[in-house]
Write a protein that binds this ligand. Structure first.
Ligand code: NCD
Length: 300
């Protein structure tokens, strides 16, 4: 990974991570952003609301020019390769590509062959990584004054297909969070536990919630399930959905997070999503500041 690439948490120096988290919180407090006149491109080959728009707003606040390429309507539908598309954008002056793609590992693959002078930010690759989401999640915790070393963070749901969970586990472990736990049905557990041997794994939500002060709920990645997977949504909600009464089993100050989009009545109830313990919209708010901090650092 070169200095203008952000592909996964593992490839980031701890100093860089600390800087982004600090800077995101400073920007949220009203610190003046560094403005530059670079040109960046959002290339999204999967549906997205908050990730795409927050990169766009972040760029605009920094005075960057940003173009949005709807990957699903680009010339790639005519057979052009992704690298040829990137070279085309580079020839027009684009200096950074923010890529969301359904293919796991695509950012790693192209990172060695990027056009000269073009940076790359992974905005989510298949079941791979989503490093900017993890950074904004932790920036949200820090902004809320949550002590990471005293935290028990439980990540719940379809972990196997979740790039958000993989990146969060990597980041939370890097930052020495007190305890990182996973909870979900066996069919949704990642076989390799994201490469960590010291994660606590629960097969019951109630037990996982004990002593937790952060619970991160995940959407079932319907679009990534193996075709034979059958999900009984009512049954899933019963066992794994977060309700106010289950949340009461956690620490009284437990906060609820979710990267969105949320499915009310599946992974959490509307009452929990909209309740006083929910940080869901704070995550969205911090997504802009975190992505501003990322652009500032990569384009500096
Ligand atoms: C997540 C994603 O796309 O990976 N959402 C997001 O980026 N805010 C999670 C999801 O789609 O469930």
């Amino acid at each position: 990974m070169t200095s203008s690439q952000l592909i996964d948490i593992q490839g980031l120096a701890t100093d860089f991570i600390d800087h982004i988290l600090y800077r995101a919180v400073e920007l949220a407090k009203g610190s003046e952003p560094m403005t530059t006149n670079h040109t960046v491109a959002n290339l999204f080959f999967e549906p997205s609301t908050r990730t795409r728009v927050s990169f766009e707003i972040a760029a605009t606040r920094l005075g960057l020019s940003i173009i949005n390429l709807d990957g699903l309507r680009s010339s790639m539908t005519k057979g052009e390769s992704l690298l040829d598309t990137l070279a085309t954008l580079r020839a027009m002056g684009v200096e950074m590509a923010v890529l969301r793609h359904g293919q796991t590992g695509i950012c790693h693959e192209i990172s060695h062959a990027m056009p000269i002078g073009m940076g790359l930010v992974n905005a989510g690759d298949g079941c791979g990584h989503h490093p900017t989401q993890a950074l904004l999640d932790v920036a949200t915790m820090i902004e809320q004054g949550i002590s990471l070393s005293d935290s028990k963070v439980v990540i719940v749901g379809d972990l196997r297909h979740s790039r958000v969970a993989r990146s969060n586990v990597a980041l939370l472990k890097r930052l020495n969070v007190g305890e990182v736990a996973l909870a979900g049905p066996p069919a949704f557990m990642p076989k390799d536990l994201f490469g960590h041997t010291d994660l606590v794994v629960y097969d019951q939500l109630e037990a996982a919630l004990e002593e937790a002060n952060i619970v991160m709920m995940l959407r079932i990645q319907k679009e990534r399930l193996e075709p034979e997977t059958l999900v009984d949504w009512a049954d899933y909600h019963e066992q794994w959905g977060l309700s106010q009464s289950k949340l009461a089993l956690a620490r009284p100050d437990c906060r609820v997070m979710h990267p969105g989009p949320i499915n009310r009545g599946v992974e959490l109830t509307a009452e929990v999503a909209d309740g006083a313990q929910s940080l869901i919209l704070d995550q969205v708010r911090m997504s802009v500041f975190t992505r501003m901090a990322i652009f500032e650092a990569l384009l500096a």
